[in-house]
Design a binder for this molecule. Structure first.
Ligand code: GDP
Ligand code: IMO
Ligand code: MG
Length: 426
């Protein structure tokens, strides 16, 4: 029996999807625990690229129970269209379960996400959200006016709640933002039809997860987003609206934290970020462009170019501590091939000359920090065919050993290409 968690250590897109797919092969069940279709998790298997937004990245393994936990925010239109796309690849959903407590993303959440971003852009303060309605949906959840998966399968509850909330949202859309009102009746009708289709999948994920654990099987908890996007411990306000750290993932799945065995923290061999917000090791030069092109750093969900920069050990140390990471997974080492000199940020220097070796709690303090770098010789070798530690050139091994030392956590997997087989276990 084991309960393992996978989380992102940086600003997302670290290769969690690939790692989940690999670990799901030896797991009986996978729970996606928080976030919604702001996530884009890629799995490349047998020449096919799967982009998953809501469905757990364990779905490619037939027989694996795949569950969407209570902590998620779910756009039913996106969920059904994702299921339809996967059906074309022969994937079936008899093992898919959705917790009735998960919140529903309604069309007004999407409208308000985009109107709010537009409004904020007038003062240069937009977050660069994915525009999927994530923040407004979580805001309603915490205001305790949200609609949940249970409601979509119960037409009376759906009608009563959507009418009350929808009318208020229309007033905000039109009177505050000057936007176009939504047709609430047609939304109710559309959602009721979607609810009919989703009804068979609704079940208590927390109870099902407990059964998996009690029967001595292996459960995988799939985190979306990443530590630096956590609403409390990320670069607030340039964060998402959920808790992508291990405790938040256990909570969102409805699993007690003391049953967790291993926490896999996925990090890229460098750093990327999509959207606005601080990024101490960002490279706005030819090397940054090289990494973007070579690593194909374009958003899985929105297609936006990702910002790129050097590996920041201060950030990953912050993630190791907050998440209780037992195993680091270093993704995309192959992308760094062809760069003459590599740099790793080991600490930050403040304007008063002092050194900081942990991530500052607020942006005002972070603004006073400059990265301190250590340099390493780069490598030219194509490492995409490496399958064992011994296959890696000495320079790559030294780079990984350095990351391991600086982050204070053992590295147990290394990615050398997008395919599920392009992975080295140590
Ligand atoms: P996630 O959100 O953490 O699941 O990551 P994404 O799927 O959004 O982004 C990771 C991207 O890197 C995807 O396009 C993957 O196919 C790709 N990828 C994953 N691991 C590797 C690797 O080791 N090397 C290379 N070159 N690409 C990888
Ligand atoms: P995965 O799971 C990278 C970022 C957005 C934006 C901020 C807030 O694929 O790693 P939101 O729509 O959540 O309100 O946007 O968070 N963001 C991500 N960046 N990967 C993700 O997910 C992300 N999910 C949200 O770009 O900066
Ligand atoms: Mg992604």
């Amino acid at each position: 029996m084991a309960v393992n968690v996978i989380i992102g250590t940086q600003w997302g897109d670290e290769a969690k999807g690939k790692t989940i797919d690999i670990l799901a092969e030896k797991s009986d069940a996978v729970v996606r625990a928080q976030g919604g279709n702001n996530a884009g998790h890629t799995v490349v298997a047998d020449g096919v690229t799967y982009k998953l937004n809501l469905i757990p990245s364990g779905i490619l393994h037939k027989g694996t129970l795949c569950m969407l936990g209570a902590g998620m925010v779910i756009d039913p239109r996106v969920l059904l269209s994702e299921m339809e796309k996967l059906t074309a690849y022969g994937i079936t959903f008899e093992n898919l379960k959705i917790d009735p407590r998960a919140h529903l993303i309604m069309p007004w959440h999407i409208a308000l996400d985009n109107l709010s971003e537009k409004y904020k852009s007038n003062s240069g303060s937009s977050i660069g959200t994915t525009g999927r309605g994530i923040g407004p949906c979580y805001a309603d959840k915490y205001e305790r006016v949200g609609l949940r998966i249970y409601d979509i399968a119960h037409p009376e509850a759906l009608k009563t709640k959507a009418t009350a909330t929808g009318e208020l949202k229309n007033r905000i859309i039109t009177e505050i933002y000057g936007g176009e009102p939504l047709d609430i009746d047609s939304i109710i009708a559309e959602y009721a039809a979607l609810g009919e289709k989703l009804k068979p999948f609704i079940d208590d994920v927390s109870v099902l997860a407990d059964k998996v654990i009690k029967s001595g099987k292996t459960l995988l908890l799939e985190g979306a987003q990443a530590t630096l996007l956590d609403i409390d411990f990320g670069t607030y306000p340039y964060v998402t609206s959920s808790h992508p750290i291990s405790a938040g993932v256990a909570n969102g799945a409805g699993v007690a934290p003391n049953v967790v065995d291993k926490v896999y923290g996925v990090a890229k061999a460098y750093t990327t970020r999509v959207g606005e917000g601080p990024f101490p090791t960002e490279l706005k030069d030819d090397i940054g462009d090289y990494i973007r092109e070579k690593g194909q750093e374009f958003g899985t969900t929105t297609g936006r170019p990702r910002r790129t920069g050097w590996f920041d050990a201060v950030i990953v140390r912050h993630a190791v501590r907050l998440n209780g990471i037992t195993d680091l997974v270093i993704g995309k080492l192959d992308t760094l091939s062809g760069i003459e000199t590599l740099k790793i940020c080991t600490s930050y220097k403040k304007s008063d000359g002092t050194t900081l070796d942990y991530f500052p709690s607020v942006l005002e303090e972070l603004a006073d920090c400059t990265p301190v770098y250590e340099e390493f010789p780069g490598f030219d070798d194509d490492i995409t065919a490496a399958r064992t530690w011994e296959d890696l050139p000495g320079i790559c091994q030294d780079y990984i050993l350095k990351l391991q030392k600086l982050c204070g956590c053992k590295v147990s997997m290394i990615g050398v290409g997008p395919d599920r087989v392009q992975q080295i276990n140590i």
